[in-house]
Design a protein around this ligand. Structure first.
Ligand SMILES: Nc1nc2c(ncn2[C@@H]2O[C@H](COP(=O)(O)OP(=O)(O)O)[C@@H](O)[C@H]2O)c(=O)[nH]1
Ligand SMILES: [Mg+2]
Length: 408
């Protein structure tokens, strides 16, 4: 038994001893692997320390850089938004407060522009100042007037009167001839016609001005320009965008309105023009403006449709009270053809005045005489360019001076 016990003990001792020897070895062997890992660790440390080391110092340096760019973009982004919002009203308000050019000085520019683009006077004066006027000379004078768009009828009357004068007075100096020609041209423009614009408000409601004419004649532009003229004179205006055919037309009119701080009443694209016009006048009454300016569409493709539409606009607007002024806008560059188209409008609505636009262009000033003669309606305003204040009241004497200016 004792042997057995001793053997067991010995065995246990041996086993323990063996384990004692083996485990340390295994630990050493196991450690190496971790030590082998320490190879990685060796790589790591250099990596880690540098990582840690650079990270720390740069952290001090980089963060500010990183934060700044990171933060600023965020800060900068929100900032611009409010900044953008603020500037917008500011520039809009600024021009609004700037009063449009007064109407008084506008004829000076009219003279310059007409003198630049029209040569009515030059040919006429050179012929008229010849020593003896033969039949050929008078024909040349007639041609000059017709070329200047005065129209055949008006030309014949003019020439007849000039011949009479020359025969009786026998004048020949350029200045004398010029004066006579000017007098005759002014007379042909019927200077006694009433050219005032009916824009004064009534008791409790604004004056209503309707603007009609073919597309492209300059209706919307003229609405905007008239609004500025009125505002320059200290009045308040409201625009009605009754050209609902194109969204761009309402947009265009709103822009004119915004520039002078005037409200624009507009409807949906393709909506009923008459209801927009009605709403505009209604709004004008509510806000107590002096004048409501109504822009209309001018599609001539369908004359019946146009008549119906314009007639309806007028009828509906007149539920508030009579329309004070219906202005027909005519493009002066379309000459005699434009006149024929213009007639359609005079059949549809009771036109009270003509606005002759684009006289700054290639137009011949004689068209003014033809327009009045053919339509029997006074030219009240003339358009002299695309600028916001390029519209002037029409004054026959000043206009004739401009036509003849620089040519004598
Ligand atoms: N040169 C010149 N251009 C003008 C005048 N009036 C209008 N226009 C231009 O004519 C074009 C048509 O004008 P717009 O008002 O849109 O015509 P609407 O279709 O009748 O409303 C635009 O380019 C205007 O700037 C003017 O008196 N002189
Ligand atoms: Mg228009």
């Amino acid at each position: 038994m004792e042997y057995v016990v001793a053997a067991v003990i010995l065995l246990v001792v041996l086993v323990v001893g063996a384990v004692g020897l083996v485990v340390p070895k295994m630990r050493r062997k196991e450690i190496p692997p971790p030590a082998g890992g320490s190879t990685t660790t060796l790589e790591r440390p250099p990596a880690e320390p540098p990582t840690t080391t650079p990270v720390v110092p740069p952290t001090d340096e980089l963060p500010p850089l990183i934060e700044r760019p990171a933060t600023p973009p965020v800060v900068v982004e929100p900032e611009p938004t409010p900044v953008v919002v603020e500037p917008e009203p500011a520039p809009e308000t600024a021009p609004e407060l700037e009063k449009p050019a007064p109407t008084a000085g506008r004829l000076v520019r009219l003279r310059a522009r007409l003198a630049r683009s029209n040569a009515l006077g030059r040919g006429l004066l050179s012929v008229l100042s010849r020593d003896h006027l033969e039949e050929d000379d008078w024909e040349e004078i007639e041609d000059s007037l017709i070329t200047a768009d005065v129209g055949v009828e008006a030309t014949q009357v003019l020439v007849e009167r000039l011949r009479e004068r020359v025969r009786i007075l026998g004048t020949r100096t350029v200045s004398e001839v010029r004066a006579q020609l000017a007098e005759e041209l002014v007379a042909a423009l019927e200077p006694d016609m009433d050219r005032s614009l009916k824009t004064q408000p009534h008791e409790g409601r604004p004056a209503v001005v309707m603007v009609v004419g073919v597309n492209g004649a300059g209706k919307t532009t003229t609405c905007g320009k008239i609004g500025r003229v009125l505002i320059a004179d200290g009045r308040s205006v409201l625009f009605g965008a009754a050209d609902t055919f194109r969204a761009a037309a309402a947009e265009q009119l709103s822009t004119w309105g915004e520039r002078v701080g005037a409200e624009t009443v507009r409807g949906p694209e393709g909506g009923d023009p008459a209801s927009v016009a009605f709403d505009a006048v209604k709004r004008g009454i509510e806000t107590s403006v002096d004048t409501v300016l109504i822009d209309t569409a001018g599609r001539l493709q369908n004359k019946v449709g146009l008549m119906d539409e314009l007639g309806k606009v007028k009828r509906v607007v007149e539920k508030h009270g009579p329309v004070d002024e219906t202005l027909l806008v005519l493009d002066a560059t379309t000459g005699q053809n434009g006149l024929e188209q213009a007639r359609v409008f005079t059949e549809v609505v009771d036109v009270t005045g003509v606005v002759l636009t684009k006289l700054d262009g290639t137009a011949k000033g004689g068209i003014v005489i033809a327009v009045q003669r053919k339509l029997g309606i006074p030219v009240k305003l003339v358009g002299l360019g695309e600028g916001p204040d390029d519209l002037a009241p029409f004054e026959p004497a000043a206009f004739v001076e401009a036509l003849l200016d620089g040519d004598a």
